[in-house]
Design a protein around this ligand. Structure first.
Ligand SMILES: Cc1ncc(COP(=O)(O)O)c(C=O)c1O
Length: 420
């Protein structure tokens, strides 16, 4: 396989020649590699034993662009949505309501009514929401499969803000709080239409054994409900997403096999065949298959520090700018014609964005080929949670996103999102 850097250079050169990138008219654009995405999703499908009843629901928050969701639907994925906007996007992409799951800790009455009317599966977050859902179902009935999200309270991963199975997490019913497990079992026994259960241990930074531990708690809870109900009331387990992505190397296929091995080790009952399984991966589906390209507008020396001011900052790399320790990105440097910058002139540089605040840096004191005005920087592994989810600071334009096929030879582009 040709190196990924060479692949990106081919894409950039073609994009420059087609005017998709231009130092004056189009200084910022994002690219998604469809071929690589397809290979990755194929590996997801083969990672789980084929006899299991699986629905892989893409976490739409990771990339809510409708053409992306349509592609994923073509690759046999459903979708997990966490707002009315994400639900709209998934429906616009043609994903059938029965292949959708609605999460969110703050579902409004209107959102609940709509989801239950459409037959979208729900993961209820708390007992107050359960009461709302009960009222709607009593009044109008529903085809939706409904479950409750549990927080197994097994601890956090390395990024506290992304860890949802911690003692005080805002998500789900805290299973280890005094009396909660019994209260939850009773809620299931009182509402036989509760046929699912859900957990999501966290996103990025959660080691696989921790995720497996959370899933094991989920299975044990479902087994307990079913034993006490005297029949298989809970039929589907939604085990969430959160498979960490390697942001340090070019590894186009995510570690789905390792994830399944960790579950086989830490949550073996999941594979009994007693339960249908829903997953909700986001980052591990798309992060590695996208990059953001930005022109360098100016360079300067400040207090002995070399700074390149580019068009990619907090508006497309929000988490990296505000939490640089948690979300470091690789930066690759290209000359204005899209060829890789020679590595013989390396300098320690800050790579800054266009936003009007001092911390708008996507890389700090990084050793990189010396950048000059007109060069291009590529922010790698940004197919999920980056340019697809722009931050509207400074009223900066929303950058275009282009899909790419033929990255191995002659790249061909399609517009996923026009600039606006
Ligand atoms: C409930 C739920 N499911 C799935 C995901 C997707 O996580 P990831 O993109 O890490 O796979 C998230 C992320 O926040 C989430 O909150």
């Amino acid at each position: 396989m040709k190196s990924d850097s060479a692949r990106r250079a081919r894409i950039l050169q073609r994009a420059l020649s087609e005017g998709l990138l231009h130092p004056e008219n189009a200084p910022l654009a994002a690219f998604l590699d469809w071929d690589r995405l397809e290979q990755n999703v194929a590996r997801l499908h083969t990672a789980f034993p084929s006899q299991l009843n699986m629905l892989h629901a893409f976490a739409v928050k990771a990339n809510p662009l409708v053409p992306v969701l349509s592609r994923l639907a073509d690759l046999d994925m459903g979708a997990e949505v966490a707002s009315a906007g994400e639900l709209d996007a998934a429906l616009s992409a043609g994903i059938a309501p029965a292949r959708l799951v609605f999460d969110s800790p703050a579902k409004s009455w209107a959102e609940l009514r709509r989801a239950l009317h459409l037959g979208v599966a729900l993961n209820i977050d708390n007992f107050q929401e359960l009461e709302r859902v009960r009222k709607i179902i009593d009044e109008s009935g529903s085809e939706s499969e409904v479950g409750i999200r549990i927080n197994p309270q097994i601890g956090a991963g390395s990024i506290a803000a992304m860890s949802t199975a911690s003692e005080h997490s805002k998500f789900g019913v805290p299973l280890r709080d005094a009396g909660m497990r019994e209260r939850l079992v009773q809620a299931y026994l009182a509402h036989p239409w509760l046929t699912r259960a859900h957990t999501h241990v966290g996103s990025q930074g959660c080691p696989l054994p921790l995720i497996a531990e959370g899933v094991n708690e989920l299975v044990a809870f479902a087994d307990e409900v079913n034993a006490r109900a005297g029949f298989a009331q809970i039929r589907t387990l939604d085990i969430g997403g959160g498979l960490p992505v390697d942001f340090t190397t070019d590894t186009p296929i995510s570690a789905f096999d390792d994830y399944v091995a960790a579950l086989q080790q830490g949550a073996p009952r999941l594979f009994s065949g007693d339960y249908a399984i829903v997953t909700e991966f986001g980052r591990s589906i798309l992060a590695k298959h996208g990059f953001i390209a930005a022109h360098v507008e100016y360079t300067k020396q400040v207090g002995g520090r070399q700074i390149a001011i580019t068009h990619a900052g907090a508006q497309v790399a929000t988490r990296t700018v505000f939490m640089p320790q948690a979300w470091p990105l690789r930066v690759e440097c290209f000359a204005s014609d899209g060829t890789a910058k020679p590595v013989n002139e390396i300098a320690v540089q800050d790579v800054a964005g266009p936003c009007c605040f001092a911390g708008d840096l996507v890389a700090r004191e990084r050793e990189l080929p010396l950048l000059e005005p007109g060069d291009l920087v590529a922010l790698l592994d940004t197919g999920a949670y980056y340019a697809s989810n722009p931050f509207h600071y400074n009223s900066l334009p929303v950058p275009p996103v282009y899909g790419v096929t033929g990255g191995d030879s002659v790249p061909v582009f399609d517009t996923v999102r026009a600039a606006s």
